[in-house]
Design a protein around this ligand. Structure first.
Ligand code: NAD
Length: 267
């Protein structure tokens, strides 16, 4: 039995992850963590998640939650994730990181920790999105320089980071396939007399509103034809299901940085 601790236990993702761990074969919730001062501290994690009593109280001590756990699933905030990585590294626990919005410097800290413990780090844990990542690489390589690439993503009005980690990953995959440096060619802003579009740039636009779970479209626009690859999330469960699958997959893995392409065997 793989024992799982979950941070952000009272959050949108944390609750679904706790529920899906209880439904997964061979996995069990062993710890649940929330921020100091969270009103749900001390309450049963299963009751808070809406999947019935689990006998696991939500604590603000990660060390305590990890004492009986093999793996941590973390969908919180970047600075919290980095602190939690330090604890997992110290205790030798594996970790699934779903948190998005990490800066390049913060991502480097994740990479460094993966030198000591096995870590799955993926801005989007859905099977469908990860298949899109694979398709995008082929599309960009085949369509090449003749097509302009633009990415549009839509999310709910509570999302804190823009553009989404998934949109950035899509941009990086396209840039890599076209032998471009994403950080140099990403264009997040057009306003006023900003001039013609350059051939190399990858436009990145965000829409925020209501309860949109997440939509991403990559446009490849050529002369006389246009290809659009769209993924629409209809429920948060697709992310949570991927995270739970990653937690099971990590058991027995060597230290290293893995992504969902590894977990799903798409490489
Ligand atoms: P949320 O705000 O609902 O949940 C975050 C939770 O973390 C909150 O309950 C908060 O109290 C808790 N938290 C804060 N500090 C903590 C601490 N020190 N210890 C433990 N818990 C702490 O947000 P959400 O919608 O659940 O999203 C969380 C993150 O997951 C975001 O970065 C989001 O972009 C990302 N996300 C990733 C994927 C993916 O597939 N990788 C999918 C959806 C969301």
């Amino acid at each position: 039995m793989i024992k799982v601790a979950v941070t952000g236990a009272a959050g949108r993702m944390g609750g679904r992850i706790i529920t899906l761990v209880t439904e997964a074969e061979g996995l069990q919730v062993a710890g649940a963590v929330e921020a100091p001062g969270n009103p749900k501290l001390g309450e049963d994690a299963g009751l808070v998640a809406g999947c019935g009593q689990l006998g696991v109280a939500i604590t603000d001590s990660l060390e305590q939650a990890l004492s009986g756990a093999d793996v941590l699933i973390d969908f919180t905030w970047p600075e919290v994730t980095l602190a939690n990585l330090g604890v997992c590294k110290k205790l030798g626990k594996t970790m699934v990181v779903g948190t998005t919005g990490l800066t390049p410097e913060q991502r480097a800290v994740v990479e460094d920790a993966a030198g000591t413990i096995p870590v799955v780090f993926a801005p989007n844990m859905s099977v469908g999105v990860n298949l899109c990542f694979k398709l995008l690489k082929d599309m960009a390589a085949t369509l090449g320089e003749a097509f302009d690439v633009e990415i549009v993503e839509l999310h709910h009005n509570k999302k804190k980071d823009s553009p989404s980690g998934t949109a950035v990953r899509m941009g990086e995959i396209v840039a890599d396939a076209l032998d471009r440096d994403y950080n140099k060619v990403a264009n997040y802003h057009r306003e006023g007399m900003c001039g013609e579009r350059t051939k190399e740039e990858i436009g990145m636009q965000t829409v925020r509103g209501g309860d949109i779970i997440g939509e991403h479209t990559v446009y490849f626009v050529g002369m006389g034809e246009r290809i659009e690859l769209t993924h629409r999330a209809m429920s948060r469960d697709m992310f949570a299901r991927g995270a739970v699958r990653a937690a099971g997959w990590l058991a027995g893995k060597e230290p290293g940085l893995y992504d969902m392409q590894d977990v799903l065997g798409l490489k």
